[in-house]
Design a protein around this ligand. Structure first.
Ligand SMILES: Cc1ncc(C[n+]2csc(CCOP(=O)(O)OP(=O)(O)O)c2C)c(N)n1
Ligand code: SF4
Ligand SMILES: [Mg+2]
Length: 286
């Protein structure tokens, strides 16, 4: 594969798209944490949101639709020293990519996963996504709630939700998510309510519905059972819980699987250095 150096381009999003807010707080979080461009990889999904990495000065990878998580996990396992951020849409992550989402929560790789949730397939012009509300483009189904799902998976270690229109809270959540994964504590899942002004303008509705759980007296983000109970109560009241909803401890995928102290990316894989081992493998086939 060839490497290409380039200057970040201007976003292609419609004026007012929530994804601008996601990009702004991601840039702010990375710069406030002083994480260098050369140490960062952003893996984009397919969708309007999935072009976010084109606007950042760091390594970027445009994955296949719904396949950004296995791509990002592979990068992390090859070089755990990198800050690895997967970022895509709700269609990408909760429809075609839903199996990868569930298993990433279970395996707990130390990467950040940002989902720009807009209740629609923006890029393909406004079909209902799994998070679409009843009545949107003929949808009759109860929306998929990724936060409740993430809380219900026992291996999950970080679950948060922000709103692109609340930059202070979102930047704080991004920093917390990056610090969680960069401390090798596992998978930091951050859903961001990021309205699609062209096909599903939910700014007004979401401003009324968002509810900051961290502002609630006595809320304990370290207790999975009470976090689930409270988040579910709020959903039944047609509120959308935001903030750091849960942070717990579970062994990370790297801890459970990597055996060599030298990351794969730094190992000498030249034929000369490995000839005896290659010979041994070949002999096994004789
Ligand atoms: C395998 C495959 N199936 C379908 C598509 C068509 N497609 C492109 S983007 C997209 C959905 C995008 O929705 P979402 O992930 O929510 O991103 P948004 O545009 O809303 O940010 C679909 C179905 C595709 N590119 N590849
Ligand atoms: S179509 Fe929607 S999601 Fe896509 S750039 Fe425009 S406002 Fe954003
Ligand atoms: Mg979408």
């Amino acid at each position: 594969m060839t490497a290409k150096f380039y200057t970040p381009s201007a976003p292609i999003w419609c004026p007012g798209c929530g994804d601008f807010g996601v990009l702004a707080s991601l840039k702010k979080a990375l710069s406030e944490l002083r994480i260098g461009s050369k140490d960062t990889v952003v893996v984009g999904g397919i969708g309007c949101s999935g072009s976010i990495h084109n606007n950042l000065e760091c390594y970027g990878f445009h994955s296949l639709h719904g396949r950004l998580l296995p791509t990002a996990i592979g990068i992390k396992l090859a070089n755990p020293r990198l800050t690895v951020i997967a970022a895509g849409g709700d269609g990408d992550g909760y429809a075609i990519g839903s199996g990868h989402f569930i298993h990433a929560l279970k395996r707990n790789p130390s990467i950040v996963y940002i989902v720009m949730q807009n209740g629609t397939y923006g890029l393909t012009k406004g079909q209902p996504s799994p998070t679409a509300i009843p009545g949107y483009e003929g949808n009759v189904e109860i929306p998929f709630d990724a936060v409740l799902t993430a809380l219900s998976i026992q291996g999950s270690s970080f679950v948060a939700r922000g709103f692109s229109a609340n930059q202070t809270q979102l930047t704080d959540l991004m920093k917390k998510a990056i610090m969680h994964s960069n401390s090798n504590k596992g998978f930091a899942f951050l859903e961001v309510l990021s309205p699609c002004v062209t096909y599903n303008d939910t700014y007004k509705l979401w401003r009324e519905q968002v509810y900051d759980l961290n502002a609630e007296r006595g809320y304990d983000p370290h207790n999975r059972a009470s976090a689930f109970k409270r988040a579910y109560e709020l959903v039944l009241q047609e509120k959308i819980p935001t903030g750091l909803i849960f942070e717990g401890e579970a062994d990370s995928l790297e801890k459970n699987t990597l055996t060599s102290p030298v990351p794969i990316a730094f190992q000498d894989i030249s034929i000369e250095a490995n000839l005896p081992r290659y010979q041994e493998i070949l002999n096994d086939f004789h």
